[in-house]
Each structure stands twice: as structure tokens, then as C-alpha cells.
Design a protein around this ligand. Structure first.
Ligand code: PLP
Length: 369
């Protein structure tokens, strides 16, 4: 699915050097690399402010904390996502309100968001699933029209851009009030351990998020808010600075792999290639095909495995079917698209070092099947 050892081997001298510098400085918490990485990532993302934190789940928690919502406020979340999106809201005593996704892009359906709005809605969380932006045009309009904050869970789409009708092009994560991202090792910008960040264009919100991520303190031993201990380690920041320099080339390499898959698989019967939204670039965190039937999807996965090709199912179970969220009271059949996708999707290997030969081998097997 990915080859982190090979990717890191190519960067070994720079990673060694970064690690050694942190080791000798002994500034393990809030060392200079943290701020440097934040500045560099912010520049890469078109001049947005970046607040590093411990992981992408904490980023979501901190984003919701910064909105200062009343207990029980409703947070609109797509039914087809990684469970972390829900977890943050649930842990804070907010009420996750699930809505269905679009069958083509897998992303939150703006019409369903609109239908789920109530006077108690506190925020809309859009997830840019698999590397492509959700419908930010519609979501931004809904958010502005109803005065409800838009949070972008950008753990999977760092570096993707979205073009608005007015011609403006913006990086994913920099459109809503707050964007969140993750540097989990397998993400497009992955550290060598856990890490995450928040994105915002607003200076005051950035200051608040900085405090919330560091025990709510405005200065040392002066605590303005109940916060979290959620900091990005200096070591991870130093390593991420090295990996950030590689991100544009890695994104282009992922896109080239996706284009090869597209060319080989378009029109193969019984299989649907990922839909492209012409307004969004796609950074292909995952290349996810759909099979027309769950039994066939599982047989295909088994067949590919027997030929040495790993695949993954993101996600086998919609969030409302998870035991932990039974208390929300959702039933099977309430989110038909998300439920169908869980039985239909299959993510193929994709990473910057996947060769044309490997893609050719995989696509030949798919055609054979
Ligand atoms: C990975 C991921 C997260 C959580 O990030 P962590 O750094 O693992 O906490 C949240 N949302 C989505 C969509 C993700 O893919």
C-alpha cells in the first residue's frame, strides 16, 4: 500500500541531520523547529496560519473547543469517514449529527447538510476524503448563509486546491473557519510518529488555538482556558520540515500513478474509477475504486492478495454502525450511500515510488478478474 522505508531511505542524510540537531539541542518540547515547520507549511498552503498539535484527532478536538459551543450543540459530520471525525465531537459532549455522502466523490452531500441544519447546529465538519475536496463552494455558502462554522478535516488532502466560481483558488483546509490535518506516518505529509496541525486565516483564532493546545496558557503558568497537552514534538517538526520539501514532488508522483490507473481501468466493466470533481485537484491519499457488489469486492481483494497485491477497505463499516456510537440511535438504512460504499470500495496501492511496471501488473490482474 505504501513503502515508507524506501521513501525514507532516499531522505536518510537529511533526516539523520535533523534528528541529530534536535538531539544535541535538547529542546525536545517547543523547540525552534516547531515554529519553523509551522511557518513553512503555512507558506506552502497559500499563507494560512498553522498551529501544530499532537495528532489529527486532537486537531479536531481543539477546533471544536475553540468554537466555545454549548453542551449538546449539534455537529454535522459525514457518515462515511474515519471515526476520529466523530470522536472529537462525542468526547466534548457535543452531538454528532450524521449526514450521507455523494455517491461519486464519497464526500459530504451539501443538500444533506442543509437538510440537517437546526437552531442547535454548532458546526459543519467536511472531510476531504481520499485527497479530493468536498464541495467547498456549496459548503462555504451554507456556512456563511446560516452563520455556522465550517471545519475542514484535511487529514487526507494536504496540498489539494479548490477553485471557486468567482475564480479564487484556495488550498484545502484554508477555506472554513478552521482546518485540521494529521501527520500520521501514512498520510501524504507523514512524520515518523504522530503529529497534527490546525489551519486558520484568523489571527485571534490562531492565538486561541495555540493556547488551547498548550494547557490553555497565555503565558507560562497563567491559564486562560481549560486546554489540552497537545504539542507537536520538536523532533517530529524537524523531520516534517525535511518531508515537507518532498511533498510537491510526492503529490505529483501520486497523481501520475492515479493517471496510469485511470487510463488502464476506465471502461473496465463492473468497476468504477474515482470520480474527479473538476473544481478540485486530487492529491490521491487513496486511489479507491468501486465494485458493483460487495461479494465481488471481497473476492477481488482475495484474488489480488493471492497475487501479492495488498489492498485496503476504507471503510468497512459506516460510523453509525460502530458499537461506540450506537447511543446516537441511528439505524441501518438511514445513510444508504455510505452503507453501500462500505460494501463497494477498494483502495489500491498508491505511493510516490510505485512504478509503472507495478501499476501495470495490478491493472492487468484487475482486468483478468
Ligand atoms: C487520519 C485521520 C484523522 C486522525 O488523525 P490522527 O493523526 O491519526 O489522529 C482524522 N480524520 C481523518 C479523515 C483521517 O484520515
Amino acid at each position: 500500500m505504501l513503502d515508507l522505508a524506501a521513501e525514507h531511505a532516499a531522505l536518510q542524510p537529511a533526516l539523520d541531520e535533523a534528528m541529530h540537531a534536535v538531539l544535541t539541542s535538547a529542546a525536545f518540547i517547543q523547540g525552534p523547529a516547531v515554529g519553523q515547520f509551522a511557518t513553512e507549511l503555512g507558506e506552502y498552503l497559500g499563507g494560512t496560519r498553522v498551529i501544530p498539535c499532537a495528532n489529527g484527532t486532537d486537531a479536531l478536538t481543539l477546533a471544536l473547543m475553540s468554537l466555545n459551543l454549548p453542551a449538546g450543540a449539534e455537529i454535522i459530520i459525514p457518515a462515511f469517514t474515519y471515526v476520529a471525525t466523530l470522536e472529537a465531537a462525542a468526547l466534548l459532549g457535543l452531538k454528532p449529527v450524521l449526514v450521507d455522502v455523494r455517491p461519486d466523490t464519497f464526500n459530504i452531500d451539501p443538500a444533506a447538510v442543509e437538510a440537517a441544519l437546526t437552531p442547535r447546529t454548532g458546526a459543519i465538519v467536511a472531510v476531504h476524503l481520499f485527497g479530493q475536496c468536498a464541495d467547498l463552494e456549496a459548503l462555504r455558502q451554507i456556512s456563511t448563509r446560516h452563520g455556522v462554522a465550517l471545519i475542514e478535516d484535511n487529514a487526507q488532502a494536504i496540498g489539494a486546491t479548490f477553485q471557486f466560481e468567482n475564480g479564487e483558488t484556495t488550498y484545502a483546509g484554508a477555506v472554513g473557519e478552521i482546518g485540521t490535518t494529521s501527520f500520521f506516518p501514512s498520510k501524504n505529509l507523514g512524520g515518523l510518529g504522530d503529529g497534527g496541525a490546525l489551519l486558520t486565516r484568523d489571527a485571534d483564532r490562531a492565538a486561541l488555538l495555540h493556547q488551547l493546545a498548550n494547557h490553555g496558557q497565555s503565558r507560562k503558568y497563567h491559564h486562560q482556558h481549560i486546554g489540552l497537552n497537545s504539542r507537536l514534538d520538536t523532533l517530529q517538526a524537524a523531520l516534517l520540515r525535511v518531508k515537507l520539501r518532498q511533498l510537491p514532488a510526492n503529490t505529483a508522483a501520486r497523481q501520475a500513478v492515479a493517471a496510469r490507473y485511470d487510463a488502464a481501468l476506465a471502461g473496465v466493466p463492473g468497476l468504477t474509477i474515482p470520480a474527479r470533481d473538476p473544481r478540485s485537484s486530487h492529491v490521491f491519499h487513496q486511489y479507491t475504486i468501486q465494485l458493483d457488489e460487495a461479494g465481488r469486492r471481497d473476492r477481488l481483494q482475495h484474488f489480488l492478495k493471492s497475487c501479492g497485491v495488498p489492498t485496503m477497505i476504507y471503510y468497512p463499516l459506516p460510523v453509525h454502525a460502530q458499537a461506540a456510537y450506537a447511543y446516537l440511535g441511528y439505524r441501518a438504512g438511514q445513510f444508504p450511500v455510505a452503507e453501500r460504499l462500505c460494501g463497494a470500495v477498494l483502495s489500491l496501492p498508491i505511493h510516490p515510488l510505485l512504478t509503472a511496471g507495478q501499476v501495470g501488473y495490478i491493472t492487468e490482474l484487475l482486468k483478468q478478474f
